[in-house]
Design a protein around this ligand. Structure first.
Ligand code: ZN
Length: 416
């Protein structure tokens, strides 16, 4: 076959060319500690990367490192299962009433993707806007820097029609390339969080998604909306500000993933109140709800962390102003929720990968996995704030960030 002949010519040329041979050499990254994402720690670790994949994890290796991260710790590329990459403040610095031009919108998304990657997040799930598809595919082509993107493209809510119409909409999402179906089962926290979709609508959405091989993520604040979603066979619950012991246990019993967002989103709204106030339900009453939400969230996350077998994944609900601060969610899990630092790391890596059905490829530092590798200044098992000090980012074997700070020395430059 002509194609195979061409390939063997290429191999012959490549083997006579030192530049191409150099690219075949493994990259060896050394650090004081390696957290593999499943709960294991390797001290004095070297991780060996060949192409886009991890080839080996060694301890006390004798070969010289390509990158010596000194006393830094290595963790798998972090995962945010709920981030709105398209949200950005407008030209006047305020949250825009209406979307900007399509060029502005996609460029804002690209900016958010970049800062998210620089913060050590190599995969995110977007609960959806239509231009996520182009963004996802552009990043996947390997030129535009950003995390892997999974998207719902659109959302379903109580206005999405009859159960039959909802089933048709789910099939259309599948055709349009959605990775997940996003469903609004309850009102926003700014409107009290009561159930909005009927049980029949929820059953249609989550039932059809399952039939189409699509995962489901459901915005639900009140206990009854969470219960209805779990009973409808939905796979993951978002927010859950008002989740009580009964529904926390129900999620654990049914193996439903729970994605509480307690460390980033409300803090960001309150910090940027002046930029949101006056748009839609961002009014004084809405902000009063959000202010109260901080304490309610703090109580809820303590109970959630203490619920046996509850699968807590890591999502921020990052909106305008919050991108790049994603790791604050991990810190607050530990501070407010008393989650063990190691459990918080596992949540943000291998467990979140499992919730995305990507646990065979990302979220773990082991041979055969994608080389998504993040270097942190410090040891997150003793100081969880290390997850906010990202000094080195590799995604799919390619280095996007390598700060040669004294505590994270790089022996060779990026281009070697
Ligand atoms: Zn959201």
């Amino acid at each position: 076959m002509p194609r195979m002949r061409f390939k063997s010519i290429f191999v012959a040329v490549a083997s006579s060319c030192t530049v191409l041979i150099a690219q075949d050499q493994p990259i060896r990254i050394h650090a004081a500690a390696l957290f593999d994402g499943t709960g294991k720690v390797v001290r004095n670790a070297t991780i060996v990367v060949r192409g886009s994949k991890i080839a080996a994890v060694e301890t006390n290796g004798s070969s010289p490192a390509t990158y010596d991260l000194g006393r830094a710790s290595i963790v798998p590329g972090m995962i945010d299962v709920h981030a709105h990459l398209g949200w950005h403040f407008g030209k006047d610095g305020r949250f825009p009433e209406r979307p900007g031009s399509s060029a502005e919108e996609i460029l804002y998304s690209a900016e958010n993707a970049y800062v998210t990657l620089m913060a050590g997040f190599t995969t995110i799930q977007s609960p959806g806007q239509p231009n996520d598809v182009e963004l996802r595919d552009a990043i996947a082509r390997g030129i535009l820097p950003g995390p892997r993107v999974l998207t719902s493209i659109r959302q379903l809510n109580e206005r999405s029609g009859t159960p039959d119409e909802i089933r048709e909409k789910v099939r259309q999402l599948k055709k349009d390339g959605a990775d997940v179906v996003k469903i609004f089962a309850s009102a926003s926290i700014r409107d009290g969080g009561k159930q909005t979709m009927t049980d029949e609508q929820l059953q249609a959405a989550c039932g059809e998604a399952k039939a189409q091989g699509l995962r489901t993520m459901v915005h639900a604040h009140s206990p009854e909306s969470i219960k209805a979603s779990v009973n409808a066979g939905c796979l993951q619950i978002e927010h859950g500000v008002f989740a009580d012991d009964e529904v926390l246990k129900l999620m654990a019993d049914k193996g439903v993933y729970f994605d509480p967002n307690i460390g980033v989103v409300l803090q960001n709204y309150l910090r940027n109140k002046a930029k949101f106030l006056g748009v839609g339900n961002y009014n004084e009453a809405g902000f009063a709800y959000m202010e109260k939400g901080l304490a309610i969230n703090a109580a809820m996350i303590k109970k959630a962390v203490a619920t046996p077998n509850l699968k807590l994944v890591l999502g921020t609900d990052a909106v305008a102003g919050a991108h790049g601060h994603n790791a604050d969610e991990i810190v607050e899990r530990v501070k407010q929720g008393n989650q063990k630092p190691m459990d918080a790391i596992v949540s943000a890596t291998s467990l979140s990968a499992r919730s995305l059905n990507l646990d065979k490829t990302i979220g773990t530092l082991a041979p055969g996995f994608e080389a998504d590798i993040v270097g942190l200044d410090g040891d997150p098992s003793t100081d969880i704030t290390a997850v906010t000090r990202v000094r080195f980012v590799m995604k799919g074997g390619k280095i996007y960030k390598n700060e040669g700070k004294p505590e994270v020395r790089s022996l060779k430059s990026d281009g070697m």
